[in-house]
Design a binder for this molecule. Structure first.
Ligand SMILES: C[S@@+](CC[C@H](N)C(=O)[O-])C[C@H]1O[C@@H](n2cnc3c(N)ncnc32)[C@H](O)[C@@H]1O
Length: 206
């Protein structure tokens, strides 16, 4: 098995991590998506605790974990290898770029779980969920596909709801509830701190 050296010792080389090439595509992504299997994406997946739990529970679905931080994806990759989970690919990319690379209507669901809230007004344009994200998500979702959101940050939650409830391409759906064991890393932290968790889901109109 391929191995690489790092300052912290010998580590398994990533097996499920896909990186953008210089032409702006993602080698390996189209091949992974070539079948008719449904596809769901966890955007800002971090180290992938939710992604792994879902992928293990639902092996008939293809799962994509997307994050800008390679080190987090590499941790997730090691966990995938240890658990021998093969229906997942990890993509190091910005969320909007990733969504633009997908064939339109390919995703059955998008999860945005505990995105960075960027509370200062002057940083609001850094928020993941913003009008350009709504456009990219609506393009990538299949008709009746679902966009699931969760956050501990009440002002960001209100902002996301305002944006998405006013979007005629979407309609509110029952909020997604994770099963026991599917809590994300940040969610576990917030639950320990007894912070309220806000959830909302939206369905792309058919
Ligand atoms: C607060 S963490 C939450 C991680 C995980 N969802 C959880 O709940 O444990 C937010 C994650 O989103 C990633 N992220 C932030 N903006 C992003 C973007 N525009 N595209 C892709 N990933 C992004 C960050 O690198 C980080 O891993």
């Amino acid at each position: 098995m391929a191995r690489e050296r790092s300052s912290r010792g010998t580590r398994q080389a990533p097996r499920y991590l896909l990186l953008p090439d210089e032409q702006g595509g993602i080698p390996g992504l189209n091949a992974f998506l070539a079948s008719d299997a449904p596809v769901e994406a966890d955007i800002g997946c971090g180290r992938g605790r939710f992604l792994l739990a879902r992928a293990m529970r639902d092996p008939a679905t293809l799962w994509l974990g997307v994050d800008r931080m390679r080190i987090r994806l590499e941790k997730c990759d090691r966990r995938l290898q240890e658990a021998d989970i093969r229906n997942v690919r990890l993509i190091r990319a910005d969320a909007l770029e990733f969504l633009s690379w997908l064939p339109p209507g390919r995703l059955r669901a998008i999860y945005v779980l505990f995105p960075d809230p960027w509370p200062k007004r002057r940083h609001h344009d850094r928020r993941l969920v913003r009008p350009a994200f709504a456009d990219a998500a609506c393009r990538a979702l299949e008709p009746n596909g679902l966009l699931h959101l969760a956050t501990d940050d009440a002002p960001y939650f209100a902002w996301m709801r305002r944006l998405l409830e006013g979007d005629m391409r979407l309609e509110p759906a029952p909020a997604f509830q994770p099963q026991p064991g599917e809590e994300t890393e940040f969610e576990s932290l917030f639950l320990k701190q007894a912070r309220p968790i806000h959830r909302a889901s939206f369905q792309r109109r058919g």
